[in-house]
Design a binder for this molecule. Structure first.
Ligand SMILES: [Zn+2]
Length: 292
């Protein structure tokens, strides 16, 4: 759709609840990183899983971004509008022999732990049976330099063949994220380190789809006082939209950007302007998590 000739970052929340501090960190880091290179910054709503979504959460998220002066370029892309494209890609991967149907029961999968054994690669389920589609992953190491976490080597076979179309008919995150980053011309992916482990699979899938190369930067995820990742599932508190500048300054401190004292009394636009001018991605700690 769009030529990937200009630095393009993105923030891609799932609308399962309002934004919390952990997601602000990802939004802010991706925004400032793109703007520091005069790049575009896109917002994509990853609404792939309706049962886990909260009605109206997309509007709440967008309103919070605007209150924090995190203004995006172009229209917000909703993944629910992309099903036809996902189906095309799935059909293409199947036709090329790169994906296969898996009808394994939950009980069988439970006995395997977290690594699928590839059973259905050679035991095709009977036609017409409800099945998931798995991407056939080769025994191959993917290497890439993460701008924050450093050099990464990931063995694709280690996690087993990943699901790209779920048995319940929903499209898998692993498929949609790759297809849409490519379609939107995203060049720079800045996101939480909880996705770092599956990045090798995404790079591999992107290669199969002819997607352009992307740079990655995985920021630490924020843990609450309970030691769990701040998330909607763990009931992280929603951001207070009436205090955008203190929220942004706290996020910049968490990213070790050292905002000067008093900046939190300025407008959010001023805070972001400071952040863009002084952005130093190498100052962000290359660790998996930090405590809020
Ligand atoms: Zn199977």
């Amino acid at each position: 759709m769009i030529a990937a000739d200009r630095c393009t970052g993105r923030f891609a929340p799932s609308p399962s609840g309002p934004l919390h501090f952990g997601s602000l960190l990802a939004a802010l880091a991706s925004f400032v990183d793109a703007r520091a290179r005069s790049g575009r910054w896109l917002v994509r709503m990853e609404d792939l899983d309706p049962p886990r979504e909260m009605p109206g959460a997309d509007s709440l998220i967008l309103a919070t971004l605007e209150k924090h002066a995190l203004h995006w370029d172009g229209a917000v892309l909703y993944q629910h509008s992309r099903h036809a494209r996902y189906r095309e890609i799935l059909a293409d991967l199947s036709a090329r022999g790169l994906a296969y149907c898996c009808a394994c029961s939950r009980a069988r999968l439970a006995t395997l732990g977290h690594v699928y054994d590839g059973h259905c690669r050679t035991h095709s389920p009977p036609a017409g049976q409800t099945c998931a589609l798995r991407l056939q992953l080769p025994d191959q190491v993917v290497q890439f330099e993460d701008r924050i976490q450093g050099w990464q080597q990931q063995n694709l076979a280690k996690g087993g063949d990943c699901i790209i179309h779920r048995k319940d008919g929903l499209f898998a995150y692993q498929l949609a994220v790759v297809v849409d980053d490519a379609a939107q011309g995203v060049t720079d992916i800045v996101r939480g380190s909880d996705i770092l482990e599956s990045t090798g699979q995404q790079i591999y899938l992107g290669g199969l789809l002819g997607a352009g190369k992307q740079q990655y930067a995985h920021i630490p995820v924020v843990l609450g006082a309970d030691g769990l990742k701040l998330s909607k599932q763990n009931h992280a508190p929603a951001l207070d939209d009436t205090r955008p500048s203190p929220n942004l300054c706290r996020a910049l401190e968490t990213l070790r950007q050292n905002p000067p004292g008093g900046l939190d009394n300025e407008t959010p636009e001023t805070v972001l302007k400071w952040a863009v001018t002084h952005w130093d991605i190498t100052a962000i700690p290359g660790v998996n998590s930090v405590t809020a």
